[in-house]
Design a protein around this ligand. Structure first.
Ligand code: NAD
Length: 482
């Protein structure tokens, strides 16, 4: 448990508590420097088959292991991550690009989430209890679960699946994003000395590994976090074997700012929550609707705050960075394309933004677009980069309609001093998480997920844990036919 991982070496995939090397290896890059990182395994279909076979065997015992024992091992896992967090935080910044402080926050949350999951027991519900019979609603683990993880929060979003799966008695195979395999492989390595063989395995692979998992006849459930387009492919593939699935997909959150806000207090928070992690978070303020009575003042103050406080740079070596590099070349090209649209579409910039072509990494400085048309790309598409539109509004009903108009529904927020009005508006927003005077709050006991195309099912909280269970109605008649 006190063992230290070496962030530089990746001897193999973690299968049945062994390092299993692969014939082929690959590496990802540090997006701040474009330099190659370490070689990691590339799983074959046979590796996946072996992991699934071991998982199936492990499930027999793990599903019958008492809750208290499973909780104890989850807590030991949290301790092992904590003991290694300093090295892992630096590794996280190197592979993901997020500033070190944000990586530290991700690890703080990761450990806190695991410890919270270790207290969450899904108990039977008694639906009827009479002299004649007792009827229970019980929850049994599904079996072999596969977790497919994106590159923006690889550790928290990974552990946000591992914890709920294991505590409910399932076994789990995790597939990191090929862009960010490093910390997730280290999670598997730490798990080797804690969990029984086959309970928690990690496979790093290429683009074909995800589809192999979703189509595998012996994987019972997939928990997927990623883009909407891939989520649809996952659902279609799972349909062939009628696998259960949970999909946590993209968002394009509206933040509605009313005319009565205390601007000095809320503007720094809203602005930071537009640019955090370079805009590469599923639930950020991605469309900021500002009441017309304060629009110009808000816009100018947001530009000033961004210039002064939202620093772009390499968060491993520079202090106070908010906007690190965009995580990968593909995403860099997508965001660059969005910036190219500014001129083509004639959008007005309140803040110009800038692609730093002169540097090696994928750095883009924040841009704020001033009241673009409602149907423009910057409003209707999730940019997943440090660029955000401000939009003017004047009527409550109308702004709610605009906020709800898209096919996404992950998060949304209303900012006002009038809490009754704000809550009334919040209740009319169609999103899985809605905040009054905040955005992006998450907690391990609070379910989190999307409406409409932002997802199916929820993660975290009791609701999220139940996604890893099959509901069973158990009828016990108190007659023995003697
Ligand atoms: P992505 O969809 O490209 O990839 C996600 C994962 O799916 C990766 O591990 C990838 O290797 C794998 N994958 C790719 N094709 C697959 C296939 N056909 N079958 C199975 N797996 C496949 O997403 P990304 O670019 O890594 O992440 C960014 C997106 O994720 C954004 O849209 C963001 O909003 C969303 N996201 C959502 C949440 C949420 O909880 N709702 C959280 C973080 C990110």
């Amino acid at each position: 448990m006190g063992s230290k991982v070496d962030a530089k070496t990746y001897p193999g995939n973690i299968i049945n508590n062994q390092f299993v090397p692969t014939a082929k290896t690959r590496h990802s890059i540090d997006p701040a420097t474009d330099e190659p990182l370490y070689e990691v395994p590339v799983a074959t279909k046979e590796d996946l088959d072996a992991a699934v076979k071991h998982a199936r065997t492990a499930f027999k015992t793990w599903s019958q292991t008492p809750f208290e024992e499973r909780a104890k091992l989850l807590l030991a896992f949290a301790d092992a991550i904590e003991a290694n967090r300093e090295d892992l935080e630096r590794l996280q910044t190197m592979e993901q690009g997020k500033p070190l402080q944000l990586a530290q926050l991700e690890f703080t949350m990761t450990v806190q989430w695991l410890r919270a999951f270790a207290t969450m027991q899904i108990k039977d519900e008694v639906l009827e209890d009479t002299e004649e019979r007792t009827i229970y609603q019980t929850y049994t683990p599904i079996g072999v679960c596969g977790g497919i993880v994106p590159w923006n929060w690889p550790v928290l979003l990974g552990v946000g699946k591992i914890g709920p799966a294991l505590i409910t008695g399932n076994v789990f195979i995790m597939k990191p994003s090929p862009f960010t395999p490093y910390c997730d492989l280290k999670l598997g390595e730490l798990g080797m000395s804690i969990f029984p063989p086959g309970v928690f395995q990690v496979l790093s692979g290429n683009d074909d590994l995800g589809p192999w998992m979703t189509s595998h006849p012996d994987i019972d459930m997939i928990s997927f976090t990623g883009s909407i387009a891939t989520g649809k492919r996952v659902a279609a593939s799972c349909a062939n074997t009628l696998k259960r699935y949970v999909l946590e997909l993209g968002g394009n959150d509206a933040a509605i700012v009313c005319e009565d806000v205390d601007m000095d207090k809320c503007l720094p928070k809203i602005t930071t929550l537009a640019f955090l992690n370079s805009g590469q978070i599923c639930m950020l303020a991605k469309r900021i609707y500002v009441h017309e009575a304060i629009y110009e003042r808000f816009r100018d103050a947001m530009v000033a705050f961004t210039r002064e406080n939202i620093k772009t740079g390499n968060g491993l070596v520079e202090k106070d960075v908010v906007v690190g590099p965009v995580q990968n070349k593909m995403q860099f090209e997508l965001v660059k394309d969005m910036y190219a649209q500014i001129e083509q579409q004639g959008w007005k910039c309140a803040l110009e933004g800038r692609v730093r072509h002169e540097e090696k990494g994928y750095f883009i400085e924040p841009a704020i677009i001033d009241n673009p048309p409602e149907d423009s790309r910057i409003v209707v598409e999730e940019p997943f980069g440090p660029i955000v539109p401000l939009l003017k509004w004047s009527d409550d009903d109308n702004v709610l309609e605009r906020a709800n108009a898209l096919r996404t529904g992950l998060g949304a927020s209303v900012w006002s001093k009038d809490l009754e009005r704000a809550e009334r508006m919040a209740r009319r927003l169609s999103a899985g998480s809605v905040w009054v005077n905040s955005h992006f709050d998450v907690a391990p006991h609070v379910p989190f997920g999307g409406h409409k195309e932002s997802g199916i099912g929820m993660e975290w909280g009791v609701e999220g844990l139940k996604q890893y269970c099959l509901t069973k109605s158990l009828w016990v008649w108190k007659r023995t036919f003697d």
